[in-house]
Write a protein that binds this ligand. Structure first.
Ligand code: UN1
Length: 502
């Protein structure tokens, strides 16, 4: 296997030009320094935005299907580099390699989707009330799109946004998490390589801004960036949303989740249990879609809890470790702060808990600077406000319900509204759940995490209301124009039958 330094220079050939002292990038696997980078100055951010405007003016004139061709080539290049990029994802954010591969696959999938979309950016033709008039809806490129992404999906979320924005005729500016700038630079290098050989792709069509809060805030406040697509915590969204709104910009927010599974009396537990495990311990509980609450019918609570308990004990004993090792299912938390957040959440719930399994730090001898934990399973007598906040760590709370109406009340009580699921073989329960879940995602017999790119992704309430990826999410990256054309010979007629004869 390649050393991390070789992998980085292979994927980011110009890494030396980013060298500096301001941003130390460490791997969550063992705390080792991967690189030390400089951040963009305010003048550099300004110049990148200006360049993005210039690139946009060129790119919007390129026909949609031709724009799609660039994204087709990007998808091809990602297929070629999949293994190396997946390894860098694992190294920089700590998710297991299998999930790193899944994340790069998600990039490839959205590229394929965007290629098809590039020939389907269509609007409506609407019946006009007036003779010899035609009314149309045109979808036009919007402008530079600012993308703010989080550490936990360091490359896929960029691809969801960039692939769509670019086929829609926009340019993009990407401010990745300061915890994962290397994967962003690697994606940028791949993009640059593809764009260099592509006639008509302007300089600066896609750019990366390296920095932290200040660089992000500068982009958020700049009126030259009509859309800010931001993924991260609700706390971040509460800052970004009003700032963008204050300048009449548009924001697409993908914020926190507090996702739940309801297990009904008719549930097939052979389907439910693996879904809980992937949802709650997968990605070390660091997905916005991770399963955080399991609401179980009282008749099944003992059985579900005991089955989960033995799985958690086994996972804690043998499946937590080096995310590059093929036997590992749970890698490290991103950093010490995440570990402290997890311990604080467990501390808060302790007094209410019926039983807590796991939660402690492990592998400290092997990885003194890596924050590995035994995923935590917490049994409660009922839900309380203590678990209304999202904790970005592997903690799942299990508690009972008596009637499905009550289960949905409990389910919807939290401030977030991203993903939800019901385990049932009763079609009535499934339909009731879909009608009453207040989330953007409501699944039946599959877990809360691991959505496909074809559907619109996002959620309600404190999750921010944005939708990205599939379905008609592309419309967020374009501006809608209503156009009425008169093609008759008579004196023009006014709408609403108004007479205005001079
Ligand atoms: C995120 O955690 O920000 O549905 C995105 C999922 C993934 C995306 C998660 N496809 O779990």
């Amino acid at each position: 296997m390649k050393s991390s330094a070789d992998l980085i220079t292979q994927l980011i050939p110009n890494i030396a030009s980013h060298a500096g002292t301001e941003l130390k990038v460490t791997s969550p696997t063992d705390g080792a320094e991967l690189a030390s980078l400089r951040m963009d100055s305010a003048a550099e951010v300004d110049a990148k935005i200006a360049q993005s405007v210039v690139a946009f003016r060129v790119w919007r004139e390129v026909p949609g299907p031709r724009r799609g061709e660039l994204i087709r080539l990007l998808g091809e290049k990602l297929r070629e580099r999949k293994e190396e990029l997946s390894m860098l994802v694992t190294l920089e954010c700590g998710k297991i390699l299998e999930e790193g591969r899944g994340e790069v696959q998600e990039m490839i999938d959205i590229c394929d989707y965007a290629v098809g979309l590039s020939r389907q950016l269509y609007g409506l033709t609407i019946a006009s009330e007036r003779k010899d008039h035609v009314m149309q809806e045109n979808w036009l490129p919007l402008g530079p799109v600012g993308i703010i992404s989080a550490f936990n999906f360091p490359v896929a979320v960029w691809a969801w946004n960039a692939a769509l924005a670019i086929v829609c005729g926009d340019s993009t500016l990407w401010k990745p998490s300061e915890k994962t700038p290397l994967t962003a630079l690697a994606c940028q290098a791949i993009f640059d390589e593809v764009a260099a050989g592509f006639a008509g792709a302007p300089k600066g069509l896609s750019q990366v801004i390296i920095g932290a809060g200040a660089q992000g805030a500068q982009m958020v406040e700049d009126t030259r960036v009509p859309l800010i697509s931001a993924t991260g915590s609700t706390r971040m969204g509460k800052i970004v949303g009003p700032k963008v709104a204050a300048r009449f910009g548009r924001s697409l927010l993908e914020l926190g989740g507090n996702n739940a599974m309801i297990i009904t009396p008719s549930a097939d537990l052979d389907v439910a249990i693996p879904s809980i495990l992937f949802g709650s311990v997968g990605t070390a509980g660091q997905r916005c879609t991770s399963t955080r609450r399991v609401i179980v019918h009282r008749t099944l609570i003992d059985k579900v809890f005991e089955t989960l308990k033995s799985a958690y004990v086994q996972i804690g004993a043998s499946k937590v470790g080096d995310p590059l090792a093929s036997s590992t299912l749970v890698g490290p938390l991103i950093d010490e702060l995440a570990y402290e957040g997890m311990q604080a959440a467990l501390g808060r719930v302790k007094a209410e808990a019926v039983e807590i399994v796991g939660g402690e730090r492990v592998l400290q001898d092997q990885f003194p600077n890596g924050y590995y934990v035994h995923p935590a399973l917490v049994r409660l007598a009922k839900q309380s406000a203590t678990i209304h906040d999202e904790t970005f760590a592997p903690i799942v709370y299990v508690f009972p319900y008596d009637t499905l109406e009550e289960a949905l009340e409990i389910h919807n009580e939290v401030p977030q509204g991203l993903s939800s699921t019901i385990m049932t073989t009763d079609v009535r329960d499934a339909e009731y759940f879909k009608r009453h879940s207040d989330c953007g995602i409501a699944n039946v017999n599959i877990g809360t995490s691991g959505a496909e790119i074809g559907g619109a992704f996002g959620g309600e309430k404190e999750t921010g209301g944005g939708r990205e990826s599939g379905s008609d999410s592309w419309r967020a990256y374009m501006r809608r124009q209503t156009s009425t054309t008169y093609f008759g010979h008579d004196k023009p007629a006014l709408a609403q039958g108004i007479k205005f004869d001079v």
